[in-house]
Design a protein. Structure first.
Length: 236
C-alpha cells in the first residue's frame, strides 16, 4: 500500500474534529486506514466514512447523496447568481424535491421566475408553488438574517420515512463494509471508525438505538459520530 499525500476535504474535516476533541496530532494513512491520530503515547488508525441515507427505486439501491446533489447544486448556484437581488434581512427558501429532472432548463426557468418575484420583494407571497419540467418547487420568502440569501431543503421522493430503519441500514452497511476493509488491523493496533453524519434526520440517540438491533462483528475499538458542526460523539 502507498501512503496518500493528502486527505479529501471530508476526511480532513473529520480528522481535524478528532484532533480538537482528543488533543492529538495526525498524519495521512495508506487507505486503509485513512489517517493516524496520535493521542498521548498511542497512535490510533482512523478509518473514515459517511452516514448517508440509502434509497431504493426501479434502478436499485444507492446512496441518497447521488440523488440529492443536483438539487443542492441548484440551490447553491442560484444563491451565487441571485444573491445581490435580495436585501439584507431577507432570504428565500426553496423546497426542491430530488431527483431533479432537466437540471439546466430547470435552473434557467427558476432563476427567471425568482428574478421576476424579487423585483418586487414586498409583493412576494410568503409561499408559492411552481412546476418546472415536472419538478415541484416551493418558494418561501423569509424575514430575518440568514447565512445564505437563497437556501434550500431537499426532500427525496424515493426516501423511506422510517428514520430508525434508515439509520439501522446505513449504520450496518458502513460498519460491515469498513470492518472488512480494515480486517487486517484486527489485534495489531488500535483502530477507530469515524462516521460523518450526513443523515440529518438521525442523531446519536437514534444511531445508538439502531445499533441495538444488530450485532456486527468488526475490528473497531471505537466508533465515533462526527456531526457537520464539528462536534464529536462516541457511538460505540
Amino acid at each position: 500500500m502507498t501512503t496518500l499525500t493528502k486527505l479529501r476535504d471530508d476526511e480532513e474535516f473529520v480528522i481535524t474534529s478528532l484532533e480538537r476533541e482528543f488533543g492529538g496530532t495526525s498524519r495521512v494513512g495508506e487507505n486503509p486506514p485513512d489517517a493516524y491520530l496520535q493521542v498521548g503515547a498511542r497512535e490510533v488508525a482512523v478509518e473514515i466514512s459517511t452516514l448517508a441515507q440509502r434509497i431504493t427505486d426501479d434502478y436499485g439501491t444507492r446512496s441518497r447523496i447521488s440523488d440529492d446533489k443536483p438539487a443542492i447544486d441548484l440551490v447553491t448556484q442560484l444563491n451565487a447568481e441571485l444573491n445581490g437581488f435580495i436585501p439584507d434581512g431577507q432570504s428565500v427558501g426553496l423546497i426542491v424535491s430530488a431527483p431533479i429532472a432537466k437540471f439546466r432548463q430547470t435552473k434557467t426557468a427558476l432563476a427567471k421566475h425568482l428574478r421576476e418575484k424579487l423585483s418586487d420583494l414586498q409583493a412576494f407571497a410568503t409561499e408559492t408553488k411552481i412546476e418546472i419540467n415536472g419538478n415541484i418547487i416551493k418558494v418561501q420568502r423569509h424575514d430575518g438574517h440568514s447565512a445564505k440569501k437563497i437556501w434550500g431543503v431537499v426532500p427525496n421522493r424515493h426516501s423511506n420515512p422510517d428514520i430508525l430503519a434508515n439509520a439501522r441500514n446505513i449504520l450496518q452497511d458502513r460498519i460491515t463494509v469498513k470492518g472488512r476493509k480494515c480486517a487486517e488491523f484486527a489485534g495489531k493496533r488500535p483502530l477507530w471508525l469515524a462516521l460523518i453524519n450526513d443523515y440529518w434526520l438521525s442523531d446519536l440517540a437514534t444511531y445508538k438505538r439502531a445499533l441495538l438491533d444488530f450485532s456486527p462483528e468488526h475490528p473497531f475499538e471505537k466508533i465515533i459520530l462526527v456531526n457537520r458542526d464539528g462536534t464529536v460523539e462516541p457511538l460505540y
